[in-house]
Design a protein around this ligand. Structure first.
Ligand SMILES: Cc1cc2nc3c(=O)[nH]c(=O)nc-3n(C[C@H](O)[C@H](O)[C@H](O)COP(=O)(O)OP(=O)(O)OC[C@H]3O[C@@H](n4cnc5c(N)ncnc54)[C@H](O)[C@@H]3O)c2cc1C
Length: 462
């Protein structure tokens, strides 16, 4: 069977080095121990740890397209040690000790991703190149300083180093750079090579993966399983919902999280001379303090990837119907990136794509297993899932296997509240998104923050 244009989804799937021929669909009813919806990092890491710790288990993964079709094959490639919640939010909500344990667990998670890649021969270009969280303009410096202060207070000051303007510029020559927080213990990967390599690793451990098979309904309780376009998958022990941004389309998960789009543009490879002008020899993940979020990656073939928010939230948690917005967003982003590095005007851009990530109501991921109804779920990584999915899967697989783990004491094990029903959800999210944009515009122009900034922050933090 030929693949229906999966290479065209992202530069990562284009350069993954395999034809992306779909695996066979499910044809008929089957019975397994654990049935997993979703062939992204969440579903695959869960299968990986279930089978590592219990090799006899029968595990089936049901994927609507191909493994890596979702955010796992489209992301910015940061295998970040930053938890989705900021350190001061962690401290305020859970106390200093839990905040410390969470940050430490994230460091160990990045190491674990690198370790498994090496052990399983997954050539995912894993590299420990750190993060530079930049201040672009003096007005962004206070956010950098307060992040640094939070890490120091929690005892992680040594791994999160405050750089002044000269030190920061020596690392990367960004227009308007005033300083940075440098966090060396963070990694980067080729996202699609990770997800596709992981799929092969779980197959070697005995999992069955059915692609181009859509789950229509998740059944819980005594008859737990997945009703799919290819047949019924009965699950003796657990059924796992690992569909992230696409989960709200499944009955029962409509308000569990919301899909938010993120867009990416990619340059052509830069020449040696162009790199000499930019610096950035360490290849750290770069981001500024913009409320509207930005992330930059230096690819291993010498390109610059720039990601930012995509289309505004779509009514009813839709994930289709914004193509015109994406085209406009990509054009604006190319312009924005040239503002970071003016030399890129002579380099040119080769790729643009977008994807959807899952946002939890309280910005904290949910990992939960209810043995009564045999339902496991892991979702809501808010754009930090390349690493966090690994930690979430280690927790969920332990819960399913009934094993103790210190991860169960971390915020990850909390359930996020549901999002509001429509139209309140759309009204609230659109308002906060617009306010964040206005705050960035005012800060970049050196103007006072909009009068409603405290309200928008308060709503955004709720
Ligand atoms: C543009 C973009 C940039 C990002 N950048 C970063 C980054 O740099 N660093 C970082 O840490 N995180 C980043 N993220 C987030 C990160 O990619 C995600 O958190 C992570 O990939 C989530 O993995 P997942 O397996 O939970 O979800 P996904 O990878 O989205 O996988 C879900 C899978 O479930 C399948 N599915 C859904 N519904 C059904 C159904 N009904 N039946 C069968 N299958 C179904 C989908 O086809 C999909 O393959 C980014 C996300 C995007 C979109």
């Amino acid at each position: 069977m030929t693949s229906p244009g999966y290479q065209g989804i992202s530069y990562w799937l284009e350069t993954v080095g395999e034809p992306l021929t779909p695996r066979p669909e499910l044809k008929g009813d089957i019975t397994v121990d654990v049935a997993i919806l979703g062939g992204g990092y969440s579903g695959l890491w869960t299968a990986y740890y279930l089978l590592r710790d219990n090799p006899g288990l029968e595990v089936a993964i049901i994927e609507a397209e191909i493994c890596g079709w979702g955010a796992s094959g489209r992301n910015g490639g940061w295998c970040s040690s930053r938890y989705p919640l900021h350190p001061y939010a962690l401290e305020a909500r859970y106390g200093a000790e839990v905040a410390r344990q969470t940050i430490q667990a994230m460091y160990e998670t990045v190491d674990e991703v690198g370790r498994v890649c090496a052990e399983e021969g997954i050539e995912a270009e894993f590299r420990m190149n750190g993060i530079l969280s930049l201040a672009r303009g003096e007005a962004q410096m206070s956010a950098v300083r307060s992040a640094h202060a939070a890490y120091e207070r929690l005892g992680f000051g040594e791994g999160n180093i405050l750089l002044g303007e000269e030190e920061a510029r020596a690392r990367v020559n960004v227009v308007g750079i005033k300083g940075a927080l440098y966090s060396p213990r963070s990694g980067a990967v080729h996202p699609a090579k990770l997800v596709r390599g992981l799929a092969r690793a779980v197959e070697r451990k005995g999992a069955a993966i059915y692609e181009q098979t859509r789950v229509q309904r998740i059944v819980t309780g005594r008859d737990a399983g997945l009703e799919t376009t290819g047949g019924r998958v009965r699950a003796r022990r657990a059924v796992v919902a690992a569909g992230e941004a696409y989960l709200p389309k499944v009955r029962g998960f409509e308000r569990a999280l919301v899909p938010m789009s993120s867009s990416i543009v990619l340059t052509a490879p830069l020449t040696e001379a162009q790199w000499a002008e930019i610096g950035w020899q360490g290849g750290e993940g770069l981001g500024s303090q913009a409320h509207t979020v930005d992330y930059l990656t230096r690819t291993t073939d010498g390109r610059i990837l720039y990601g930012s928010r995509g289309a505004p939230y779509l009514y009813g948690s839709a994930t289709e119907g914004a193509d015109e917005v994406f085209a406009k967003t990509s054009a604006e982003m190319r312009e924005q990136l040239c503002g970071w590095f003016p030399i890129l005007r002579e380099v040119g851009f080769t790729h643009a794509w977008h994807g959807f990530l899952g946002v939890a109501r309280d910005w904290n991921p949910t990992v939960a297993f209810d043995p009564e109804i045999r339902l496991g779920t892991l979702h809501g990584y808010t754009g930090r899932g390349v690493s966090t999915t690994n930690m979430a899967a280690r927790l969920l697989s332990s819960q399913i296997l009934g094993r103790e783990t210190p991860l169960a004491r971390l915020p990850l094990a909390d359930r996020s509240p549901k999002w509001e029903p429509e139209p309140f959800r759309w009204l609230g999210i659109r308002y906060v998104q617009d306010a964040m944009r206005r705050m960035d515009v005012a800060r970049d122009a050196g103007k006072p923050q909009p009068l409603d900034a405290p309200l928008a922050h308060w709503l955004g933090d709720q």
